[in-house]
Design a protein around this ligand. Structure first.
Ligand SMILES: [Zn+2]
Length: 57
């Protein structure tokens, strides 16, 4: 558990740090909000969310 959502501003697809980025794209999946640098990454995530969603124990 325990990931502060405020610290999760990393694009899960390309791993880019988005904390300083403006206009990032948000996508909600399983009660978590993920952020992406571009439509491209968002689309990739939307197609295979389980591949990218952080579910590590
Ligand atoms: Zn990206």
């Amino acid at each position: 558990m325990a990931k502060d959502p405020a610290k999760c501003d990393v694009d899960p697809v390309c791993m880019m740090d988005l904390s300083a980025m403006h206009g990032k794209l948000a996508y909600d999946f399983e009660d978590e909000t993920y952020y992406f640098c571009s439509e491209l990454c968002k689309d990739r995530f939307a197609k295979e969310p389980h591949k990218y969603a952080k579910k590590e124990k």
